[in-house]
Design a protein around this ligand. Structure first.
Ligand SMILES: *Cc1c(COP(=O)(O)O)cnc(C)c1O
Length: 403
């Protein structure tokens, strides 16, 4: 019998998830209904965020974070090159200049020492990324950013449910994306992410006014709450503030998350602990099965105490392809022939043609990230990956690496 194809990641939907969506479809609210607020409240509780705004994508959440923080033309936004395009593109949406700080080879996120060394006076925001769910070391990154008066955003799209231990005086553990060091945290509900609504995003804000403004911008800049009206022009009867009244106070977007998506995401939210438990278990089995293999390095949080708290969105191993004598494409192809999907996370964003052309970024700008990229390969990791299938991944990879 042909063995099933194992993708590098896939959503994990239950009958209860399906029923939650169907139940929503039977109500009168497909969008902008009660499920959005309910999901926001539940998500805020689950990560310990002061304020939460549910939006149509993490890209929208990053965009709104920068906008409500007042970042715009003339400002520089520094992020990690080892991320999905959105972490950098958000800066472009608000007219700012995206820039990249090389990674620490341990955290695989912004290296705080390099952030300090290369700090430019126009830098007004730092977007740190918890790559694969490995804690980015936000206290150290935020320390540099704050000293220079910059806003701190944690792109925790890989980190839902993940936690990390803080420094001695603030031990935590703290949630990725919602902790004392960040002004904003962003999460994605895209189908490849640990918790999905199909599409969707979550913006966590420290500041209530930021959240209120992000909530307005999510829907065309419209304000419906009486205590936030501008009352303009107060005395003209034409502008009587009857029950229909609303105000467009600034230009916003349609970044709304639907009730259908919220129904799915909320149902999934109840299973995040279960998902993470499975993901950690799978990582533990990878560690056992793939330890001590030449030319292979496994990812790991720099601080061992963080390992049991890590969300493990991806399991990106490093392979010294040159030493192995096979290219990455060859290995990916051979694995694919054996029914095993892999992926590369990520092409360093500064080397994308757009970024090279628009900003003159060149190879050599972020040597650690570029070196990492040459060796990276993400192995299958998702809660329903069976032990048997995982053994197959381990055996096939071992076989290829020891030819
Ligand atoms: C998925 C992802 C995003 C974008 O999420 P969308 O919801 O698809 O917009 C941003 N940053 C990182 C690190 C991601 O993995």
């Amino acid at each position: 019998m042909r063995q099933p194809f194992l993708p590098y990641g896939k959503p994990c939907l239950s009958e209860a998830d399906v029923e939650a969506v169907v139940a929503c479809l039977r109500t009168d609210w497909l969008t902008q209904g009660p499920r959005v607020k309910e999901f926001e409240t539940r998500f805020a509780d689950s990560v310990g965020a002061p304020h939460v705004v549910a939006v149509s994508s993490a890209t929208a959440a990053l965009h709104l974070a920068l906008q409500v923080a007042g970042i715009g033309p003339g400002d520089r936004v520094v992020t990690s090159p080892l991320t999905f395009l959105a972490s950098a593109n958000a800066a472009l949406y608000v007219g700012a200049t995206p820039d990249f700080c090389d990674v620490d080879p341990e955290t695989l996120s912004i290296d705080p020492r390099k952030l300090e060394e290369n700090w430019k006076p126009d830098t007004r925001a730092v977007v740190a990324v918890d790559y694969a769910g490995i804690p980015c070391g936000i206290p150290e990154i935020a320390e540099v950013a704050r000293r220079h008066g910059a806003v701190v955003i944690e792109d925790a799209c890989h980190g839902v449910g993940g936690k990390f231990n803080g420094p001695e005086d603030q031990p935590g553990p703290w949630s990725l994306g919602a902790n004392p060091w960040v002004d904003f945290g962003t999460f994605s509900l895209h189908a490849v992410k640990t918790l999905t609504g199909g599409e969707g995003g979550v913006l966590c804000c420290r500041d209530g006014d930021h959240a209120a403004r992000a909530g307005r911008l999510r829907s065309h800049g419209v304000e419906r709450s009486v205590d936030r009206f501008t009352h303009y022009p107060e005395t003209d009867p034409l502008f009587e503030q009857g029950p229909w009244y609303y105000e467009m106070q600034e230009l916003g977007y349609n970044f709304r998350l639907t009730d259908i998506q919220c129904a799915l995401a909320q149902s999934q939210l109840g299973r995040v602990d279960e998902f993470l438990h499975r993901r950690r278990e799978i990582v533990r089995i990878y560690r056992e099965g793939l330890s001590g293999i030449p030319n292979l390095t496994l990812p790991r949080p720099p601080r061992p105490a963080d390992e049991p708290l890590t969300s493990w969105h991806l399991f990106p191993v490093r392979i010294d392809f040159e030493n192995v004598g096979l290219t990455r494409s060859e290995i990916m192809k051979k694995l694919r022939q054996r029914g095993i999907g892999t992926q590369v996370h990520y092409i360093p964003v500064h080397l994308q043609p757009y970024y090279r052309k628009a900003f003159g970024y060149q190879p050599g700008k972020c040597p650690q990230a570029e070196r990492y990229y040459r060796s990276a390969l993400s192995l299958p990791l998702y809660p329903t990956l069976s032990e048997e299938d995982q053994s197959r991944v381990i055996d096939e990879l071992k076989g290829l690496l020891s030819q």
